[in-house]
Design a binder for this molecule. Structure first.
Ligand code: HMG
Ligand code: MG
Length: 297
């Protein structure tokens, strides 16, 4: 019992590029445009965070203001606090995302405050977003383990997910930040979270550090989740999670889904070429096995 359709939330231009060596603003814009042309309908274009913390995202305002907007595509940006939200609003982005964690240590290292303090910071942002009629997505990091604390209880994940959902986040993305999970644990975690937040409002955000992302996604799809975050060419990682490799490659997810008769609306060939182009700009080869098999035109 797999969903007939899956919505791909493309994070390569943000989660990917935030942890690669810097690329030009023009290369980012080209990537975002290529993704839209490949049929991707949800694109995370950047983040409004401290440029001291993540210099790779310092040009997000320029990227968002200069990128072409495709019809029917929703563009998003990360906003950790009010300052970030105000910048996002000025940029003209369609929606924003707040990001919390299920682990105290990770929260401190990533956003310099406790889980509770982060929730307090998100509150005025949620109110401002509601006034501005901007939808807010919520991320929970470390859902299958933490680089500093190790094991994380699924009940802790469910608690933070529930808080973000009750604050008004329309979708909660569950981040296996360090790609440490395996399929049965991953499915159990999603089931635990789904006892608090409707499964229709959950998304999977799995990094591929241990090569488990695809099997984890397949196992979790059986719970009814139908939104998957992925990064073209497997770009990126997380600057505050040592050793984290990129998100699962979008091309690999799309190939697997199409092979099982699950539609995504994405043209795999165009997607692979988008991944090859940004990889060339980064001076590396695509991290997607499927894109390597398809080849670079
Ligand atoms: P802080 O130092 O505690 O913040 O950082 P502060 O409020 O004390 O401000 C310090 C300075 O930062 C000030 O500047 C502020 O103006 C500036 P100064 O006076 O020193 O010149 N500042 C900002 N500048 C631009 N945009 C802002 C902003 N806020 C403050 N929004 C803060 C707190 C949250 C800002 C910082 O810790 C930060 O930027 N963290 C971001 C970390 C990050 O981007 N991590 C990666 C994204 S999360 C992720 O990848 C996980 C995810 O993919 C899911 C998963 O995989 O699990 C989503
Ligand atoms: Mg991530």
């Amino acid at each position: 019992n797999l969903p007939a359709q899956v919505s791909i939330f493309e994070v390569g231009a943000r989660d990917g590029l935030q942890n690669e060596k810097p690329v030009s603003t023009q290369n980012k814009i080209r990537l975002i445009d290529d993704l839209a042309k490949a049929g991707v309908k949800r694109i995370e274009a950047g983040s409004f965070v401290s440029p001291k913390w993540v210099p790779q995202m310092a040009d997000s305002m320029d990227v968002i203001q200069e990128m072409p907007r495709a019809k029917g595509v929703v563009y998003s940006a990360l906003t950790p606090n009010m300052k970030g939200f105000e910048l996002a609003l000025a940029s003209g982005i369609d929606e924003v995302a707040i990001f919390g964690a299920a682990s105290e240590s990770f929260s401190q290292k990533n956003i310099n405050c406790s889980i509770e303090e982060s929730i307090a910071r998100f509150q005025p942002l949620m109110e401002a977003a509601q006034k501005a009629n901007i939808k807010v997505r919520g991320y929970v990091s470390c859902v299958l383990g933490c680089p500093y604390e190790g094991h994380i209880e699924s009940t802790a994940v469910a608690h933070v997910a529930d808080v973000l959902h009750q604050m008004g986040c329309y979708e909660i993305s569950l981040g296996d930040t360090i790609g440490i999970g395996t399929p049965i644990n991953a499915r159990r975690m999603v089931e635990t979270v789904a006892s608090k937040v409707p499964v229709e409002q959950l998304a999977l955000h799995f990094h591929d550090t241990y090569g488990q992302a695809l099997p984890n996604i397949l196992a979790c799809l059986e719970t009814g989740v139908s939104v998957i975050d992925a990064s073209v060419a497997g770009l990126g990682g997380c600057p505050y999670a040592k050793g984290a490799s990129g998100n699962v490659a979008t091309e690999d997810v799309v190939y697997m889904l199409h092979g099982m008769g699950v539609s995504t609306g994405i043209d795999l060939h165009l997607l692979a070429q988008a991944g090859h182009r940004i990889s060339t700009a980064l001076g590396r080869s695509s991290g997607s096995k499927v894109a390597q098999a398809i080849g670079h035109e």
